[in-house]
Design a protein around this ligand. Structure first.
Ligand SMILES: NC(=O)c1ccc[n+]([C@@H]2O[C@H](COP(=O)([O-])OP(=O)(O)OC[C@H]3O[C@@H](n4cnc5c(N)ncnc54)[C@H](O)[C@@H]3O)[C@@H](O)[C@H]2O)c1
Ligand SMILES: [Zn+2]
Ligand SMILES: [Zn+2]
Length: 365
C-alpha cells in the first residue's frame, strides 16, 4: 500500500494563519507576553466565540501577574472585561447570533444552579469569575464565553462602547458591593476609602440615591481631585494618619452612615471601623489577602452591619439603562487608550498609576 501525500493548497495555509490570534498571556509571577495563540473554538453547546472590540485591564490582573491568584495558572490569557461582536454560537445559544454586539460580564452564569437562581452569579457552581482566571480571557482578538445566553448582554444600537466596557466589572462592583450592600439612602453621609477605579465607580453610582455627603479618602491627591470632579463633597488625604480625626470633625463627631472599603488592606478596613456611626453599615469591596482585626470591644453596642460580596454583575441591565439615559458617564474613568499590540505599554501605564495618573485604560483589539 502506498501513501499519497497531497501538497497543502495555499488556501489551507492561509486558513491556518487566520485561525491564530494575538493574546496577552500570564507566564508565571512577574512574567508576561503577547503571543500567537489558536483562535478559541466552541467546546459546549452553550458557548459563544466573541471577537473582542475593546477590553481593559483590572487591578486584579496586576494581582495575577504578581502571583497572588493561585487559581490562575501560567499560560492563561488574561482579561475579564470587554465588548465585542459574536463570531460563532453553540447549538444551544438562543439569545445571540453571529454579528450581534455584546457586553461580556466578568462573571459567567449558568442561570440554573441554586446560586444563579438567587442572582448570586459569582458563586455559580460551574461558572463565576472564571474568565481570565481558570479559562482564557478577553485580552485577545477572540474569547470563548461559556453560558453565552446568561453571561453576555446585547448592546443597544448607538451606544458608546468604550463607556460600556466599564460595565463588565467595575461599575457593578462599586454599585453592588459598595452602594447596594452599604444601604445608601437619600441624605446618607458616606465615606469611600480608596479612590481607585472601584472606589470611583462606587462614587458615581452612590449618587443614584442622593446621599447628603460623600467623603473620599485616599493617599493620592490626583485621585482625590478626580473624585471631587466626579461628585465627592469632600476629600481626605490620609497619608498623615489623621483621617479619623479629620472625618469626625467634618461630621460633627458622628461618623458616617455608610463606610465603603475599596482598597483591600487591614489599615483601611480598620479605618472604616473607626469612622462608622451608630446604626451604620461597613460595606467591604476590597480583596483581602491578610487577616484583619474586628474591634468588637468598641463596636458591640453600635448597631452596625458589615457586608462582604463578590460582584455578581446582576445589575448590568439596570446600569445599561442609567448609562443610556446619561444619568452616569462611566467614560470619565478612561484615561488612556492603546491597541492590542501595545498591551505591554498599557500594563506599564496602568501599573504605574501614581506616576501616569491612569484610572482605566482601553485596549482596542
Ligand atoms: N469584591 C469584589 O467583587 C471586587 C471586584 C473587583 C475589585 N475588587 C477589589 O477592590 C479593591 C479596589 O480596586 P481598584 O481597582 O480600585 O484598586 P486600586 O489599587 O486601583 O485603588 C486602590 C486605591 O486605594 C488607595 N490606597 C492604598 N492604600 C491606602 C490607604 N492606606 N489609605 C487610603 N487609600 C489607600 C490607593 O492610592 C488607590 O487609589 C481591590 O482590593 C480589588 O481587588 C473587589
Ligand atoms: Zn476585575
Ligand atoms: Zn449557576
Amino acid at each position: 500500500m502506498s501513501v499519497i501525500t497531497i501538497p497543502k493548497p495555499a488556501t489551507q495555509a492561509r486558513a491556518a494563519t487566520a485561525a491564530t490570534m494575538k493574546a496577552f498571556v500570564y507566564r508565571g509571577p512577574g512574567k508576561k507576553g503577547l503571543e500567537d495563540r489558536p483562535k478559541p473554538e466552541i467546546t459546549a453547546p452553550t458557548d459563544a466565540i466573541v471577537k473582542i472590540v475593546k477590553t481593559t485591564i483590572c487591578g486584579t490582573d496586576l494581582h495575577i501577574l504578581k502571583g497572588d491568584v493561585p487559581t490562575c495558572q501560567p499560560g492563561r490569557i488574561l482579561g475579564h472585561e470587554g465588548v465585542g461582536i459574536v463570531d460563532q454560537v453553540g447549538s444551544a445559544v438562543t439569545a445571540f447570533k453571529p454579528g450581534d454586539r455584546v457586553l461580556i460580564s466578568c462573571v459567567s452564569a449558568c442561570g440554573k444552579c441554586d446560586y444563579c437562581r438567587k442572582q448570586m452569579y459569582s458563586h455559580c457552581t460551574t461558572g463565576g469569575w472564571i474568565l481570565g482566571n481558570t479559562i482564557d480571557g478577553t485580552q485577545a482578538e477572540f474569547v470563548r464565553t461559556p453560558y453565552a445566553d446568561t453571561s453576555l448582554y446585547p448592546i443597544p444600537e448607538g451606544s458608546d462602547e468604550e463607556a460600556l466596557v466599564m460595565l463588565s466589572d467595575i461599575l457593578p462592583t462599586g454599585f453592588e458591593c459598595g452602594v447596594l450592600n452599604g444601604k445608601i439612602q437619600p441624605g446618607s453621609v458616606v465615606a469611600i476609602v480608596g479612590s481607585g477605579p472601584i472606589g470611583l465607580a462606587a462614587l458615581l453610582t452612590a449618587q443614584f440615591f442622593s446621599p447628603a455627603e460623600i467623603i473620599m479618602i485616599d493617599l493620592d491627591d490626583n485621585r482625590l481631585a478626580v473624585a471631587k470632579r466626579f461628585g465627592a463633597t469632600a476629600s481626605i488625604n490620609s497619608t498623615d494618619g489623621k483621617a479619623v480625626a479629620k472625618l469626625k470633625a467634618m461630621t460633627g463627631n458622628r461618623g458616617v452612615d455608610t463606610a465603603i472599603e475599596a482598597v483591600g488592606i487591614p489599615a483601611t478596613f480598620e479605618l472604616c471601623q473607626d469612622i462608622i456611626a451608630p446604626g451604620g453599615t461597613i460595606a467591604n469591596i476590597g480583596v483581602h489577602g491578610k487577616k484583619v482585626d474586628l474591634h468588637l470591644e468598641s463596636l458591640w453596642d453600635r448597631n452596625i452591619s458589615i457586608t462582604t460580596r463578590l460582584v455578581d454583575t446582576a445589575t448590568i441591565p439596570m446600569l445599561f439603562k442609567t448609562v443610556g439615559a446619561h444619568k452616569i458617564d462611566p467614560k470619565l474613568l478612561i484615561t488612556h487608550r492603546f491597541k492590542l499590540d501595545q498591551i505591554l505599554d498599557a500594563y506599564e501605564t496602568f501599573g504605574n498609576a501614581a506616576k501616569t495618573k491612569a484610572l482605566k485604560v482601553i485596549i482596542e483589539a
